[in-house]
Each structure stands twice: as C-alpha cells, then as structure tokens.
Design a protein around this ligand. Structure first.
Ligand code: DP6
Length: 361
C-alpha cells in the first residue's frame, strides 16, 4: 500500500476556494519508537496514549493556483505570524506527497497552525502538528474527489500520511490508545500506519491521567532524527528491538485486563531504557535533569507509601509524565502541587489525560 494515485488531478480551474480545520492531539509513547529504517518505518512496534489537552489546531486554506506550475505554493503561519523556516520544511513534505495527492501542485495553499501549549513548554509538537496537517490533507482529498468517505480508510490514510511527516504522529489519529509497527500475533499491525486500540483496552485507561511536569522548557538537545540514527550502530540495538516486542506483547495483555501494575512497570522500563540507550550511544547524550531524578524518587516513594498506582514516563527530554487513574486524582494532585511543581521550571505542569482523538472543526 503506497497510496500513489495519479488520478487525483483536478479537471477544472474554476474550483471554489475553501478551508479545512482539524484539531489533533499529541501522544505519549508507553512502548517507545526509537530507531527507524527506510521511509520513516519503525524498527520496533510502539504503543501510545492519545492525549487531549496538548493539541495543534491547523487550518488549510486552498484555492486554484494563480500561476500554474509544478511547485508547491504555500504560505505558512504559526500563531498568526509568518514562519518561513518551518514553512519550508512543510513545503518539502508536501512536495514529497505530490505522487499521493497530485492536486496539491494545482493549488495555492495557506496553512495556519497553533498549539494549545506554550511554544517554550518543552513539549514536542511534531506528533500533533503533523497529524493535524495529514488530517487536513485527507479531508481535502475527500472534499475534492469524495474518495475517503469510509472512516476506517480515512483514518488509515491520515495515519500513513502523518507518519511520513513524523513517525510518532501516525499514532495521534486514534482515540485513547494506538499501536504502530508490525507485531507478530496482532492482526492488522503495520509499519506503515498505526491501528486503533480502543476495542482492546479496559475502561480504566480511558480516564487515565498524564500530568506533564515541565522540568525544563529548553529546546531538545538531540533532534529525533539524530536520536533515531544513534540506534543504527548501537551495540544494544538488537536486544532493544526484542525487548520492545516483548513489552508490546505484555502491555497489550495489561491493557485488555486493566492490570495497571504491569502497565506502570512497562511504562517506567521503557522510559528508563530510552534514556539508557541514549547514554550508551556514541556519542552519548544525557537528556535528564537532576530534578527529573528527584521527581522519580519522590514518585516511587509516594507509590511505596500509599500503594497508589502512579507511574512515570519520559520522552527524549527531562520532562516527566505522571500516569495514574482518575480514582486517585485527589491524592496525586496534592503530591504534584506540594512536592513536584517546586522542582519544575517556574512551577509549571500541564494536566493532560487520555483523549478521544482528533476532531474536525
Ligand atoms: C522518544 O516521531 O519525533 O518520542 O519520526 O524522526 O519525526 P521522527 O521521530 P519522532 O520520535 C519520537 C521518539 C519518542 C518516542 C515515541 O514517541 O515513540
């Protein structure tokens, strides 16, 4: 399946100008995607929690091209300000998509994007922004050619297109939880696009909280492209990819039966493994901050004392994701507000939770 389709060409130049808006969330990987091959394909399967509060809202305006030509004609605005540097990246991405969406080179395009979270919050935005854009592109195809009216086909194509922008973005298309990457025994699993997991998860995960503790707002020291490339020559690569497959297998069981303890054990194991892999890379990177470790110790101590199922995860940076079910929110928020936010930059944290997935506005 490559979606190349030379038939998606506009026959007429008297198309009415139009616009499409999607709001799409970020996601947190519980089993991490770290290492890729080919055209944005993952070296191991990953499973993520779709968030609700951290999202990108993107509007795509289109009209027939004034000056015909094969290039992509695009103006890009972020928070209503022109952003030529990022616009250039998006333009390259759209140019790569022309064999899939040939009509893109027949239009003048304008994209307006904004995030629900502050730019400097240290929260990665590629998953939400690339999935929002991919959803706009699929809606545009459907609007112009009525080719994606079935939800399942629409979501799968949006996930595939999002993946080409940023791997993790392909998982943001689905509500609550999604899985990406081929896994033996899981029918439909694919390296090309994510698959929904809503049908296979216990109710407890549909109200899971993820408080994002912002230990540092600094830009990431290692871009994800550089990070993934470190796995190409990594001495522990094979062991890691096998571990991820095993963790995926056991996490799927824990998702079905509501076993939060196994869920949490895997979430923490994956987070610490991600950072251990980075430290053991050549060159080695150290992306956690001393406060990240202090928070981890406090979370583990709180769990020991209260027996509450509260766990952490990390992305490729110092910020900590605190995962816990709705039933213990009162006690956890007390811990967050009294003991953990003093360890965050400017005392900032972003409360988030399992979300229902993208929404067309
Ligand atoms: C640590 O999806 O940002 O967040 O495909 O190069 O855009 P690219 O990488 P990206 O990598 C995400 C890495 C991660 C783990 C994860 O989200 O699975």
């Amino acid at each position: 399946m490559d979606y190349i389709n030379p038939k998606l060409v506009l026959e007429t130049a008297d198309l009415e100008p139009g616009e499409i808006t999607w709001k799409s969330p970020s996601n947190l990987a519980i089993v991490k995607y770290w290492g890729k091959y080919g055209d944005q394909l993952p070296k191991n399967p990953s499973i993520s929690l779709t968030l609700e509060n951290a999202f990108t809202q993107t509007t795509l305006f289109y009209r027939p091209k004034e000056v015909p030509g094969p290039d992509i004609s695009l103006e890009f605005f972020f928070n209503e300000e022109p952003q030529p540097a990022f616009g250039e990246k998006v333009q390259k991405y759209l140019a790569r998509l022309v064999p899939i969406f040939p009509f893109l080179s027949q239009l003048d395009l304008e994209i307006h994007s904004q995030n629900s979270f502050p730019h400097s919050a240290g929260i990665a935005s590629s998953a939400s922004s690339m999935s929002a854009l991919a959803l706009c592109l699929c809606s545009l195809e459907d609007q112009l050619f009525q080719t994606l009216s079935e939800d399942e086909a629409f979501d799968q194509k949006a996930s595939f297109i999002a993946r080409l922008g940023s791997g993790s973005a392909c998982r943001s298309v689905y509500p609550y939880m999604a899985m990406w990457g081929q896994q033996s025994g899981v029918s439909g699993s694919s390296d090309l696009h994510a698959i929904p997991m809503e049908e296979n998860i216990h109710e407890v995960y549909k109200t899971l909280h993820d408080d994002i503790l912002i230990v540092s707002r600094k830009e990431k020291a290692v871009s994800s492209t550089t990070g993934h490339a470190l796995m190409d020559q990594h001495p522990f690569a094979e062991a890691r990819f096998n571990q991820a497959k095993q963790n995926t297998h056991f996490l799927m069981e824990a998702l079905t039966n509501g076993d939060l303890e196994t869920f949490g054990r895997i979430a923490e194991n994956e987070a610490l493994t991600l950072h251990a892999l980075m430290m053991a890379s050549n060159p080695g990177f150290f992306l956690i901050h001393p406060n990240t470790l202090t928070i981890i110790e406090k979370v583990r101590q709180f769990r020991e004392e209260t027996k509450h199922p509260v766990y952490f995860s990390l992305d490729a940076g110092p910020n900590l994701h605190l995962l816990y079910p709705e039933s213990i929110i009162h006690d956890v928020r007390f811990l967050v507000e009294t003991e953990l936010t003093p360890l965050c930059e400017d005392g900032y944290y972003l409360p988030d939770w399992a979300g229902e997935g993208p929404e067309q506005l």
